[in-house]
Design a protein around this ligand. Structure first.
Ligand code: ATP
Ligand code: MG
Ligand code: MG
Ligand code: MG
Length: 474
């Protein structure tokens, strides 16, 4: 039952529709009304103003399958891709929302009913966390739902703890937030990892599937928390994580969507080892890159466009590692459209633009990639110690178009880090030299400042000039 990811998506929305929720379309990856946010990173983003009481809808319960990107800003999983079984740069978040309607009791019951009755997950594989002082949530889980006390783990703000989890959810440094309760699935002893709240929790044995936030506050820029007009509920469950469980596999990369993308990539590149990590990275990155372009982001040297550029270049580098001799990345778009089903509407409408933009970026980077990799290889083979100097990282950035995180990605494979402070210093020096010489300075803007970058052209800084590349001129 509900084996495919597409079937799960419909089952989720249908379950909440039956329970009086309005099914709302996913919003764009470019947040419409929120300059504090780089990309849409959760289902609640499009409802932020509703939670704050500044926007009214004609429904008080909603459900969505929201496309999300976590590759910058407060929630950034770019460096987890290829390293964990559960993180993507792009994923779909299934969510149900209450705007001053139901609160803790129903939110917990809906989630538990969906998982254990609709999907029939074995209860003994599930455990939950609650915010450390939330006795009300404890009572609901324990007395009403029947989860044993030892399977309800109290977790606080986690300051100074030896583990990462934190049961106070916030979208960003400001905005709606509140205590949360999370549901974890135990993939079994054969996988390394510990229960939430232990130092081993970052392993992939116990995987968080669903986060239920009791939205109660609006965090201000100065850190103070104002109560929201009405207590509300925001929940999020990564569809790829629940699909992995339903499909009887451990890693998200083994689910239907990723297997199709991995097989297609392997076929294009003539790779036979389907377990190769670079295939996973490429399968991940095509989703974020294609959907970002579909939502109007174009590769560029600043803001959102630069995040996109960085992800494309990382994918192209992994393709090169697998022996790519010509552009391959854009060729994955048709497979992506096929596997994403109902979630691919925007991609279908923009397919030609997306393919063209990805191809142009790949071709542009390919011109300098080999030489840059040669220089990096050389520097690494002569390296004494475990840190690559900032000068070399800057040269790769400046002359060969290597975003510093791409250099770091190559280095990490050899257990080496990059002197990022040295890189910043070299960049600052270059910038002041350029200014002194009165040169046009756009090229050295490496910051991730948010500036709603949607123009249909990119800047080519590879030869030190601000040369406009018209992506759309045939
Ligand atoms: P984790 O602790 O595993 O990094 P999280 O607590 O950061 O997850 P939330 O912000 O609570 O995640 O997001 C809600 C849900 O979205 C998670 O429970 C998970 O199912 C899913 N999710 C979060 N980040 C990712 C990601 N990078 N890739 C895929 N799914 C994700
Ligand atoms: Mg996370
Ligand atoms: Mg978590
Ligand atoms: Mg969470």
């Amino acid at each position: 039952m509900y084996q495919t990811t597409a079937a799960l998506r419909s089952a989720f929305l249908e379950f909440f529709r039956r329970n009086s929720h309005q099914v709302v379309d996913s919003s764009s990856l470019v947040p419409g009304n929120d300059p504090t946010l780089l990309f849409t990173n959760a289902g609640m983003n499009q409802f932020k103003d509703v939670f704050l009481g500044e926007d009214k809808r004609d429904y008080s319960r909603a459900t969505t399958a929201q496309r999300c990107v976590r590759a910058g800003g407060k929630h950034n999983d770019l460096d987890n891709v290829g390293y964990t079984a559960r993180h993507h740069t792009f994923f779909e978040m299934l969510g149900n929302f209450s705007f001053g309607d139901y609160f803790k009791h129903d939110a917990i019951r809906f989630a538990w009913t969906f998982l254990t009755e609709e999907l029939k997950l074995p209860k003994e594989r599930l455990c939950v966390t609650i915010y450390e002082t939330d006795d009300e949530a404890f009572e609901i889980w324990n007395k009403e739902i029947g989860v044993a006390a030892e399977n309800i783990i109290r977790i606080g703000d986690n300051k100074g703890a030896a583990f990462a989890s934190d049961n106070f959810w916030q979208m960003g440094d400001t905005g709606p937030c509140g205590p949360c309760t999370e549901i974890f699935y135990d993939h079994g002893e054969h996988i390394w990892g510990g229960r939430p709240g232990t130092p081993e929790e970052d392993g992939d044995r116990f995987i968080e599937i669903w986060n239920i936030v009791f939205m109660q506050y609006n965090r201000q820029a100065d850190g103070t928390m104002e109560p929201l007009p009405k207590p509300s509920v925001d929940t999020g469950m990564g569809i790829e994580r629940i699909a992995a469980i339903m499909q009887g596999v451990h890693s998200n990369y083994e689910i239907d969507i990723f297997q199709s993308l991995i097989k297609k990539t392997a076929e294009i590149l003539g790779v036979t080892d389907l377990e190769n990590k670079s295939l996973r990275v490429i399968a991940d990155h095509i989703r974020s890159c294609a959907f970002l372009v579909a939502d109007g982001v174009m590769p560029s040297n600043e803001g959102r466009g630069y995040v996109l550029r960085r992800i494309i270049r990382r994918a192209v580098r992994h393709g090169n590692k697998l022996g790519a001799t010509e552009s391959f990345f854009y060729k994955l778009v048709p497979t992506l459209i096929e596997v994403m089903g109902d979630a691919a509407k925007e991609l279908v409408a923009t397919q030609a633009i997306v393919e063209k933009a990805l191809k142009a970026e790949e071709e542009q980077f390919a011109r300098t990639l080999e030489r840059g990799l040669g220089i990096l290889d050389n520097a690494l083979s002569q390296l004494e110690g475990k840190v690559l100097d900032g000068e070399t990282a800057f040269k790769l950035y400046d002359t060969y178009g290597f975003p510093v995180d791409l250099t770091a990605d190559v280095c990490r494979e050899r257990d080496i880090t990059v002197d990022e402070a040295g890189f910043e210093a070299a960049m600052a020096e270059q910038r002041s030299r350029a200014q002194a010489a009165g040169q046009f300075d756009t090229d050295y803007n490496d910051s991730l400042k948010i500036d709603a970058e949607t123009e249909f052209c990119g800047y080519n800084n590879l030869n030190g000039e601000a040369k406009v590349v018209a992506l759309y001129a045939d």
